[in-house]
Design a protein around this ligand. Structure first.
Ligand code: NAG
Ligand code: NAG
Length: 364
């Protein structure tokens, strides 16, 4: 089903590029991308370095013609073709009951609704940015406590009730980004969105007594509060878009390389996202060489290759009965692309799409 959807999406893009109407096509293509409407981010957020690195490594491999499995992410050691960096939407909590040593309490909330049913989660990594770790002064040690929120937050109640503790860990500070594996939690939320009431993060300063001066504690906490950013890197696999690498369709007869003008062959076509107005949400690439197949598939061409081929049979039938259509010119070798874009919730997404570039055409 999906390969044909890909083919459809590709064909639609081609008609777009050839200047035909594209209201409907855009909708279909967006659906193929897993979006229900055109994202219109206010502005681009900085692309996380891990996504940038994966994207550019893949671009480089594609340019040099190396074959690559776009459904395995080497840098993360996990399978998947969709990477999303979800932003934390939780609020800081202020409570008079905060213990002396407690620096801050914050609710973390990640909206997983963009993940579609058919996607399998393979990784969910919480990143807590505790501020740059290049700071000259050695600060106090911090204690991080992360727990699940298990009951809906009641208004008027200062803090949500913490449930199961997920992480209890000391970290030196300044520290940079610390990562925690939340795959099981994310899977649970994804299967049952009503359970996703967020997380409760509490940061305590250890050894406050020796460390003494309250003023310094206040300073540490104020800086932490400013620099603290949380995000959830979610990797998922859409099996429909990840077929085994031996997927090359070979049943068609390869077309000659653009010798006779009218014979089936591959035509160059660059799809420029700016022409479609998509540069407003696609961060990279600027466009891609989609190409397309066009041309006749006469009987003489199908006989030039293996006669067991279905295309040959069809061409033969056509000579006998012109009602039977001629073999058609279709892609026989396609290659994938990666796209980096931002959705309506300001999440940055890196996604790999198979079969987006036509490399060869043939008659089938
Ligand atoms: C999650 O995001 C979806 C889509 O943007 C939105 O409709 C939904 O209200 C959000 N849920 C919460 C709890 O913010
Ligand atoms: C023709 O078929 C044979 C046997 O299946 C195969 O080895 C050969 O590569 C095919 N030739 C072409 C041009 O497809």
């Amino acid at each position: 089903m999906i390969p044909s959807l890909t083919a459809l999406a590709l064909r639609l893009l081609v008609t777009v590029a050839l200047g035909q109407t594209f209201q409907f096509q855009e909708h279909v293509f967006l659906q193929f991308l897993g979006l229900d409407k055109v994202p219109s981010p206010q502005k681009f957020r900085p692309v996380p370095s891990i996504l940038k690195k994966i994207f550019w490594d893949r671009e480089a491999a594609a340019t040099s013609g190396d074959s690559q499995d776009l459904c395995y992410i080497k840098d993360l050691g996990t399978r998947g073709n969709i990477l999303r960096l979800l932003l934390d939407q939780g609020l800081f909590l202020y409570s008079e009951k905060l213990a002396q040593a407690s620096c801050l309490q914050k609710q973390l909330y990640f909206n997983l609704s963009a993940i579609q049913d058919k996607e399998q989660l393979t990784m969910a990594q919480l990143g807590l940015d505790l501020g740059p770790n290049t700071h000259y002064k050695q600060g106090p040690e911090l204690e991080l406590a992360l727990s699940l929120v298990q009951e809906p937050h009641v208004w008027g109640q200062s803090t949500p009730k913490p449930g199961k503790i997920l992480v209890l860990q000391s970290v030196p500070w300044p520290q940079g980004v610390v990562h925690f594996n939340l795959l099981d939690v994310a899977k649970d939320w994804n299967n049952n969105p009503r359970k996703n009431l967020g997380l409760l993060l509490e940061i305590l300063v250890k050894g406050t007594r020796d460390w003494g001066v309250n003023f310094q504690l206040q300073d540490t906490c104020a800086r932490l509060r400013q620099s603290l950013h949380a995000s959830l890197l979610v990797v998922s696999l859409n099996p429909e878009q990840c077929h085994p690498s031996s997927r090359r369709r070979r049943e068609a007869v390869l077309a000659p390389k653009a010798s006779c003008r009218n014979l089936c062959h591959h035509h160059q076509l660059f799809i420029n996202f700016q022409d479609l107005g998509w540069h407003k949400w696609i961060i990279a690439p600027k466009g891609f060489m989609a190409n397309y197949c066009h041309g006749d598939c006469p009987f003489s061409m199908t006989t030039s290759l293996n006669s067991s081929n279905y295309a040959f049979m069809q061409a033969l039938m056509h000579t006998v009965d012109p009602e039977i259509p001629q073999a058609v010119c279709i892609p026989t070798k396609l290659s994938p692309i990666s796209m980096l874009y931002q959705d309506n919730d300001d999440n940055v997404i890196l996604r790999h799409y198979e079969d987006m570039v036509v490399d060869e055409c043939g008659c089938a």
